[in-house]
Design a protein around this ligand. Structure first.
Ligand SMILES: [Zn+2]
Ligand SMILES: [Zn+2]
Length: 265
């Protein structure tokens, strides 16, 4: 399903919660100003690791990357409140930034990076070795077919293992794996849990913050299908985030209401 570009009105984060049998929302509006601020900072600084002094900047974190062959990327901002009533702003980029899961000033992925590398790195090397072998073999020969099958099996196994590292949190203090949230009969689409919204909500939940608003926008060269354009805001995605945000946003509305009431008193 293609998300509609919406410059005005609701571009909220939304998901369907299977346990409440209804949709849960988080509004965009409270996060719009900090999002515009972030866009300005990125434009002025020319790099995403702007919290570091210039001499410590990582060349791989330059925004030029967004205009290169890898094309642009979604970014997100979450405005949240601490238990003592202070406002905090969390930032996220979708997936990896130029091969990096972690960049200073941004929340990391929903999983533990050390555990990811333990599961991923060795297997990835084995898969790359197989690819080199495949490239050297004569197309169509039985040995090559065997290697292709082996690589496919290894990739699928690695994907399954990586998916088990995704333990998503919600604001009832619950945690659940992707498979459980999506329903056991369905496969997990690639990249599920790597969008900005789940990253931001995961870190807010882990830090005991109450989310007030979430905005996601796209920066860089427009994507291949043309449905993402530089500087535009988008609602949370349908294909990957709609089912998982239902779980992650469960309990948020009640918390937000309480936070609003505390503010009033
Ligand atoms: Zn998404
Ligand atoms: Zn719910």
């Amino acid at each position: 399903m293609k998300e509609k570009k919406k410059q005005r009105g609701r571009v909220d984060a939304v998901g369907f919660c299977r346990s409440c049998n209804q949709e849960h929302y988080l509004p965009t509006d409270p996060a719009l100003d900090p999002a515009f601020q972030l866009i300005k900072t990125l434009k002025n600084k020319g790099r995403i690791d702007f919290v570091l002094p210039d001499q410590q900047a990582d060349p791989g974190c330059a925004v030029d990357y967004l205009w290169g062959p890898a094309r642009g990327k979604m970014f997100g901002v979450l405005v949240a409140q601490t238990p003592s009533g202070e406002q905090v702003i969390l930032r996220a980029f979708s997936g990896q930034y130029n091969g990096r899961w972690q960049v200073p000033g941004w929340v990391g992925p929903v999983f533990d990076c050390k555990a990811f590398h333990q599961v991923h790195d060795e297997e990835e090397k084995a898969i790359k070795r197989l690819t080199r072998q495949i490239d050297q073999l004569v197309p169509g020969c039985p040995e090559r077919q065997e290697c292709i099958q082996q690589r496919k099996k290894k990739s699928q196994q690695l994907m399954r293992e990586i998916h088990t590292l995704y333990r998503l949190r919600n604001f009832h203090g619950q945690a659940a794996g992707l498979q459980k949230i999506l329903g056991s009969d369905k496969g997990v689409p690639t990249g599920t849990g790597d969008c900005c919204a789940p990253k931001l909500l995961q870190h807010a939940a882990l830090q005991g913050l109450t989310p007030l608003g979430l905005a996601e926008f796209y920066l860089g060269k427009e994507n291949a299908s043309g449905c993402r354009q530089h500087g535009c805001f988008y609602s949370s995605c349908r294909t990957k985030c709609y089912p998982i945000l239902g779980f992650m946003l469960c309990g948020v509305q009640q918390l937000t209401k309480e936070a609003e009431e505390n503010k009033r008193w």
